[in-house]
Write a protein that binds this ligand. Sequence first.
Ligand code: ZN
Ligand code: ZN
Length: 624
Amino acid sequence: MPQSPHIRHLKLPMRPRPLIGESTRGYLLRVAHANGYNTPRQLWKAIRVWKYSGDRLLRIGVRLRRRALDALSGPYPSFCNTHTSLSHCLRNDDYNHTEFRWCPFCLADSEFVRGEWELKLCCVCVTHKVLLCDRCPRCDSPQAIVRNDVARCACGAHLALAKAQPAATSLIALHELLIAYLNGKRLTSAIEVTPEHWLRMVKYFGQFGLAYSPKRPGQVAALHKLSNALAITTATAHLLLKWPQHFHALLDRLSAPSRDSMSISQTYGRLYRSLYVDLSAPCFQFLRDAFEAYLHDHWFGMLGKRNRRLGADTIERHPRKPLHVLARENRTGKSVVKHLAHAGAIEGAAIKHASGRTTWAFPTAAMLQVKECLADTLNLGQARKILGLNKRRVHELINDHLLRAWINPDNTKSLAWSLSKKDVQTLANIGISRTSDNLDEGKDWVTLRRILKGWRLHPDEFVAIIRAIQSGTLQSSRKSEISKGMCEVRVDANQVREWLCIRREKAQLPMSIDAAAKLLGVKQQVAYELVRKGLLATVLSEDGTQRGRRVHQHAIEAFQKQFVALTDIARAHRVGVRRALNEIPIAPICGPRIDCLRQYFYRRCDLMGLRFNSNLELVLAELP
Ligand SMILES: [Zn+2]
Ligand SMILES: [Zn+2]
């Protein structure tokens, strides 16, 4: 056993130079191999310099100069007892002490350990744009970081034969930020971070892109495993891709469950803390800028003046105003502003706190909206006067949102109505623009006033007529340009009747017997006679104001299924009515010769299988 030499006399016979980018552990292995030892530990034992540090061995034993020594990256093996500070302010914990990773192409080029392979979070070879490997290509076993042979598994397989997967472009771009810095290059990139900050960014920012969240911020378990490291670096790369689009999408997702929350820290909790505490370094300002830009556009609540984290400018420019500011600047009461918000006249969000308190936040645009609403207001009496309508009709317009109510006493317990003056004027002038187009004197013009008075409209038909006039579905005119008020608008009586008839048919409301006659294609008198004879079923009007009997749509269908008019049979067979009557060998159930009804009708079942004298079969299917 040789005596431990004094360190000053130590000079190893073989002194290989470090390669560019080589790791300390990899270099020590090469030094050991060059001097006939299997492992660095054997070399260490043999020269018995354990009271000296690893870097001292390299400086004196291999005669490495300081610069060459500094170019080596990564920690010394644990038995070296060396606690030199690691380059780029990295910590021992940032390095992998368990599993070995490699790029098969790099390894095929030259058999030495690249410094970045030993970083826990490095998963990509940026030169070959592939993911690093961590399993033997033959026996699939993980490779220990302490190795006797850099390029071979214990089973003898060459690690350069491992199949490398291509890496995603975003992942390569993320790794380039790290590797370029490690190699002393400067990238012209929007994101400029030191390796120390790069690792921090992946751990504290990338974690929010993971499907699960680590128990403690930044402490992702088992990063020495390639799969875990790959998950978090991929998540980081995704968040940084299309900056800040994906990050903003993450913020959207985080804010979704607590839409009503007023507190930023409640909504964005740990991310908020990470951005402002864990990632407080100036190089992460781009993260905070993107976060604050998102708040500016999407945070519907207020930003507290006392918030110490957010930039003063962000708070100052935040486009939300509290209730009292909105009220004060418009010289109105807070309750008025609240009513306007309730009515949907202005945008605004009421946030209910756990304490039961409610706070309001309004976008800057609401300031102008309040002003406009306040300038555009009438009370109910004024509106009625201008429109010339009774209370009930005005309420119908309000309920149908044809007339907007800024303040509705029914909803808000406030005393006075506030209605939109603009809407009132629009309604009062309905049909004016069409005056010149429709001076067709041949038409049977009727004013809205007469319709309202005498037509017995169904409950929702008044507003429907107004909407139809507004859209131009119903033609309208006015006697003269100066005729004022809503009720002076004139419509074509026939068109309105027909339109109402179709509408009622669609709505399946029981219709008047007149309307039923129209649908059946018979004269009104015939329809009344059919009702009297009990052939067409009717119901009593439910509405007390609408007297008389009414016909349901299904009653009309039932009648048509059961009976057919002689005129229809004649038309279907292209013969005259008189000839059809003479040739059909059975008697109709009603008609002029039978019971003074003005039209002949047959029962469809009576006609089954019958033939005309002319041997034309009665094709019932062809009948209407
Ligand atoms: Zn490579
Ligand atoms: Zn193997």
